[in-house]
Design a protein around this ligand. Structure first.
Ligand code: TYC
Length: 101
């Protein structure tokens, strides 16, 4: 849909003002070591160790945790990259993406 351009901006027919956003979601599993999950979150999502530990523990306890929100391309790229780090180390660690409401 074409949004009306706010005052002082240039309206174009090709770009929406509010791109759709996608959540990256970390899924729990019974095998990936906690330390490994924390390292992946720090490396791929630029989290501090404390932030990464909090996200990892929420996924561990509740089954899943929202890690971050991005545009679709970035969300899918980061979810793929983080999941591949787990696969290359032999772990079932999985990140998915989901459209934000
Ligand atoms: N549940 C894993 C364990 O006990 C740790 C873990 C936490 C794995 C979060 C994945 O998204 C995850 N070793």
């Amino acid at each position: 849909m074409l949004d009306r351009a706010p005052e002082g901006t240039v309206e174009t027919a090709t770009r929406s003002e509010r791109p759709k956003l996608y959540k990256v979601i970390l899924l729990n599993d019974d095998f990936t070591p906690r330390r490994f999950v924390v390292k992946v979150l720090q490396g791929v999502f630029r989290m501090t160790e404390g932030e990464a530990e909090a996200v990892m523990m929420t996924a561990h306890r509740r089954g899943a945790c929202v890690v971050a929100v991005f545009t679709r391309e970035i969300a899918e790229q980061k979810a793929r990259e983080a999941t591949e780090l787990g696969r290359h180390a032999g772990f079932p660690l999985t990140f998915t993406t989901e459209r934000e409401d």
